[in-house]
Design a protein around this ligand. Sequence first.
Ligand code: HEM
Length: 226
Amino acid sequence: MAARSALLKSSLAKKYWMSLTGLFLCLFLIVHLAGNLTLLKDAADAGPAFNAYTEFMTSFPLIKISSYLLYFSILFHAIDGILILTRENKKARPVNYASNKAERNSIWASRNMGVLGTAIFIFIVLHMANFWFKYKFTDIAMDPGDLPDMYGIVVASFQEGWYTAVYVVSMIVLGFHLWHGFESAFQTLGINHHKYSPIIQGVGRFYSVVVPALFAIIPIYIFLNL
Ligand code: HEM
């Protein structure tokens, strides 16, 4: 009995941390999107604005500290998710009908959070290898304002059709992941009073459509116009 309750407690703690790290990542996406939207400015303004944004994001001390929290959250969220799913799969295996019932009672995204999350993780690794790693660890050309020309690297990447396609597909995957994840995080944290749940659901659905759509528009815009 004690072992069962300890297991239950650790399961709840895992879900709790998963929700907190997930919501922190949602917050990061808003800040990141706000900066990336400068890429949609007129060609003459976009370069200086985007390069100034990346310079600020990588040098301002408070943001530098929160970056470490961000890397930790991405890893923790992914590992915690794998541990929770492994445990849930083990529990479901002996009763086959349980999974069939789940299929009828839940939406597709909620049953595929592991696959969706893994795809997003692979996207983040590819994304950071191409942009973040180059920015931090290689000598990149400077722009006329003497800032590292990250704009040039981003534009060159999205001029490749396959790279733009990877981003668009990944943003669709991100949308599905958030559609279930946003609301589910609030439920896990116990913020699911019937008074607030329609608001949380509305905000979650708005966020999970609008944020990935705006992220996807950027590579499409660059691919078609630059
Ligand atoms: C149009 C889409 C996107 C563009 C153009 C873009 C661009 C960039 C660039 C240039 C960097 C390196 C410089 C910096 O730290 O600001 C970066 C970092 C990063 N991006 Fe993106 N990004 C996009 C979408 C995304 C998405 C959808 C995610 C997550 C799902 C993401 C996650 C990250 C992370 C975690 C970092 C490292 C941030 C840090 O070191 O503080 N990005 N991105």
